[in-house]
Design a protein around this ligand. Structure first.
Ligand code: ZN
Ligand code: ZN
Ligand code: ZN
Length: 184
């Protein structure tokens, strides 16, 4: 009978009488005994027991259920294509949802908006859903009057993307645009 050592209480245990024959894990893939698993704080998504560090101030999903760092990051975090920092994705329209589309992406997709060729830059979402997408081709087009151009920018050398960006980049580009306006 294989013996496991519980990461939390340190006791050895076997899984002979358990429903599943492999032990539960914590978020670092350590073995956890059934008792500690039952009393532990678990991630609602992957069922792993949170480690001490994560338990101190655990992430929560929109339903106030505990999530481990990895699951939370997968679900709610994204990497900003401009500054490459990771940031919390916008969950509600009221919190502001901004995305950037580069000149290259506009040219690649030939996307039109409100009957005109789309201008590259940073857009703010005004309402959901703002675009039509299908499973085969992905993104199709933006619905009229669902987004607003807040900063016009070609993003030279930015590559081809149309993605949500972090709020710091939104502020930075807004400030830059305001400065340029004042200079003129
Ligand atoms: Zn234990
Ligand atoms: Zn998890
Ligand atoms: Zn950024």
């Amino acid at each position: 009978m294989k013996k496991y050592t519980c990461e939390i209480c340190g006791t050895e245990f076997t899984m002979e009488n358990e429903e599943f024959c492999v032990p539960h894990k914590d978020t670092e893939r350590n073995d956890i005994c059934p008792g500690c698993y039952d009393s532990g704080i678990k991630c609602v998504q992957c069922d792993a027991v949170l480690t001490g560090e994560q338990m101190e101030s655990p992430y929560e999903n929109d339903d106030n259920e505990v999530m481990c760092d990895d699951c939370y990051e997968d679900e709610y975090m994204s990497v900003c294509p401009i500054c490459e920092d990771s940031f919390e994705k916008s969950r509600k329209l009221e919190d502001g949802y901004y995305f950037a589309i580069t000149k290259e992406a506009v040219e690649d997709s030939g996307v039109m908006y409100n009957g005109e060729n789309m201008k590259p830059g940073i857009y703010k979402a005004l309402e959901y859903p703002m675009y039509r997408a299908d499973i085969v081709f992905g993104f199709n087009y933006f619905y009229d009057n669902t987004i607003e151009l807040v900063v016009k920018n070609d993003f030279p050398n930015g590559g081809s993307y149309c993605e949500e960006i972090c709020s710091e980049c939104v502020e930075e580009y807004k400030n830059e645009q305001n400065k340029n306006k004042l200079r003129k």
